[in-house]
Structure formats: structure tokens, C-alpha cells
Write a protein that binds this ligand. Sequence first.
Ligand SMILES: [Zn+2]
Length: 65
Amino acid sequence: MDIEAGDILVMKKEHPGCGSNRMRVIRAGADFKLSCEGCGRTFMTPRSKCEKKIKSVLRDQAEKG
Ligand SMILES: [Zn+2]
């Protein structure tokens, strides 16, 4: 799966406690650093584990620098 920093991940499950299922990608590598769009919390998760939970990816269509 092609995921870049700045993408919004729509997850299959809501974030416990806040109910948002959208996570912004802060950094993409072997691990993803994600920021919850609902509560703003940031956390690291292994790419392989995270990819199984993604429903869809939203990408800003604007050209980057
Ligand atoms: Zn949250």
C-alpha cells in the first residue's frame, strides 16, 4: 500500500475514547507516526500492523512543492 506523510487514513475501527476513525500520517516508514484527527493524540504503529486496519486512504490532491 502506498502511503505518504500528509495522507489521511480512514480506519476500520474508531479510535477508542474519541470515536474518530481518521488518522493523519505524520511520518511514513517501517513505522507510521499517526495523529488522530479526533483527539489530536500522536502515536507510532508498525506499518504491517496498521495496513490491516486501513479502510481507505484520503490524499490531498494539491501539488506538493
Ligand atoms: Zn482519537
